[in-house]
Design a protein around this ligand. Structure first.
Ligand SMILES: CNc1nc2c(CC[C@H]3O[C@@H](OC)[C@H](O)[C@@H]3O)c3nc(N)[nH]c(=O)c3cc2[nH]1
Length: 373
């Protein structure tokens, strides 16, 4: 381990990058998929399963944790790692996205955001400084700046206003974060679907000389082609020697095509949320286990998998559990889906190491296109 935060670029295959982030709590192999542990738990999973499944880092969320159990309480309990028993790195989002999407937003101005908790209706104010303070109280390893993520499609003037506010907030977060060698604060590139605004945002953040850069404001309902276009515009502006994190993405198809543009880190609720709703991801495509045709199918999801949820349980049993709304159904499918996501990331890293990523991407997408098995 290193007492600092360092990113080592190990190989490339086209624009795809193989790397490693080393920090005091562990090493993160990139391209990396980060399971979402919003309120201090990767839902329906034991964290040792998450670790064994291949995750080097998980996410926590400032918005949720500030409401419950509260940052000062988490600090009194020894910090998030101690509380949830996860010794590895944790990345926390700043709360900006959730305030816009979950809370009763009351006010947004230069100072920050004022909102009503979706939990108990209590009023809260969050400034860039308070967001960084909260992430510090959580003892988060990789902290996000507070930003404003606007929905797409949107008026260019609105996108510009939010992008410029986010840039000013990045500066304030940088000051509030100060100098914490073993930790990192990432800026978040905004600018919606406007190339000129994306470039301005990336240029502005580059001036702050941050340890990593998130690409925000995407995966908010825009077509995949627009998302990929914004990556082609933004990534060449960012320093190649720093990690890039595409927030909230995505499906296996999204991740393969985003790695091909030069993304290093991903997070998405897709594998866990869809697992709880009966959708299984496998290397041969998606399986909607609720479908009646699985009711007497004694095959497992994939007999070649090393994951017990994937290899040892029949589709018939998974179908029964999901149809009966039994907790074990969501648990087994979340376990299967996260294992598949990490297996995909391992395949991506191996393909980049052997400089055959384009072939791997094409083969994997083609295997998926053959569809449900
Ligand atoms: C789904 N698409 C998407 N998610 C996004 C998130 C939340 C991810 C966070 O939201 C939570 O997952 C719902 C997890 O905790 C995760 O860290 C974003 N967060 C910020 N601060 N800024 C963005 O521009 C942004 C864009 C996103 N697009």
């Amino acid at each position: 381990m290193s007492e600092n935060f360092t990113f080592n670029l190990k190989a490339t295959s086209g624009k795809a990058r193989l790397g490693e982030i080393t920090m005091p709590r562990g090493t993160i192999r990139t391209p990396a998929f980060m399971p979402v542990g919003t309120v201090g738990t990767v839902k329906a999973m034991y964290l040792d399963q998450v670790k064994e499944g291949g995750a080097d880092i998980i996410l926590g969320n400032t918005y949720h944790l500030m409401l419950r159990p509260g940052p000062e309480r988490v600090a009194r309990l020894g910090g998030l790692h101690e509380l949830i028993r996860w010794p590895g790195p944790i990345l926390t989002d700043s709360g900006g996205f959730q305030v816009m999407s979950l809370s009763g937003l009351r006010k947004l101005d230069e100072q920050g955001v004022t909102f009503k908790s979706h939990v108990d209706g209590s009023l809260h104010h969050m400034s860039p400084e308070r967001s960084i303070e909260i992430q510090g109280l959580l003892d988060s390893d990789i902290q996000m700046q507070l930003d404003e993520c606007v929905a797409l499609p949107n008026e260019p003037r609105e996108i510009e206003r939010a992008m410029e506010l986010s840039l000013r907030w990045a500066e304030r977060c940088r000051v509030a974060f100060g100098n914490q060698p073993g930790k990192a604060m990432f800026g978040i590139v905004q600018g919606g679907d406007q190339p000129a605004l994306r470039i301005r945002s990336a240029e502005g953040l580059k001036q702050l000389d941050l340890k990593g850069y998130s690409i925000g404001g995407l995966a908010v309902g825009e077509p995949q082609a627009v998302m990929l276009d914004m990556l082609r515009i933004t990534l060449p502006v960012l320093p190649t020697e720093k990690p890039r994190y595409l927030m909230g993405v995505g499906t296996p198809d999204d991740m393969l095509k985003s790695v091909a543009e030069g993304i290093d880190m991903f997070d998405c609720v897709m594998p866990t949320r869809s697992g709880r709703h009966g959708l299984a991801f496998t290397r041969r495509g998606k399986v909607n286990i609720r479908n009646a045709r699985h009711a007497e199918d004694m095959r497992p999801l994939d007999e070649q998998s090393s994951c017990p949820a994937t290899r040892d349980y029949s589709r018939a049993y998974l179908h029964h559990l999901v149809r009966s709304n039994e907790a074990l159904g969501g648990m087994l499918l979340s376990w299967n889906n996260l294992s598949y996501y990490q297996e995909l990331m391992q395949g991506i890293r191996q393909a980049i190491a052997e400089d055959r990523f384009e072939d791997f991407k094409a083969e994997t997408i083609e295997m998926w296109a053959r569809g449900d098995i």
